[in-house]
Design a protein around this ligand. Sequence first.
Ligand code: SF4
Length: 208
Amino acid sequence: MNAEEILSRIEKMVEPHIAIWDDPFRILITGILSTRTKDEVTDRASLRLFCRYPSISDLASADRGTVERLIKPVGFYKKKSGDVIMAAKIIGERHGGKVPDDMDDLLELPGVGRKVANIVLSEGVGKYGLAVDTHVQRISSRIGLSTSDRPEDIEMQLKRKIPRERWNEVNSYFVEFGKRICKPVNPSCSTCSIRKICNYGRAHEDSS
Ligand code: SF4
């Protein structure tokens, strides 16, 4: 079974994860806030932030202390406050107020790494991206689709194995699959339809 067939099997087991925002600006800013922070905390913080600062230009001229108060308790909220304001300023000054649709331009924004850039590309601007978060990392490793601990290596390995037109499906399905079936602790291997070709599943056949 190749990687594309594995993806298809996973898509039959779960619904895709749906992001709470659908415009590139909010996807980008929520992505910056999300690093090392639980989804529920990030979602509540971004909601408070966008109620007060609904547009890129609003956020570019925001008061940093106010942003800190709005996004707390996300992890590293002080640094992230500066990052989101500066990102909004750069988008206004260098990109005409439009979130860039290019990986290199996105990576120049403060607080943006490959994971967030790939999420913006795939979910925000209609391009192809494959974001590697903890779920994608864990599941790929367990199945045997990746052989590295480095997210960038995993991204490249998956991109080589999965056709480009399906990259955007990977993160949204793997996130739900990772929450519901291939959980960090005690994965539900006995109910998983790819167990026979999964390294972890085969190695733990007696334990679940
Ligand atoms: S068999 Fe187990 S470890 Fe492998 S993908 Fe399925 S749930 Fe995850």
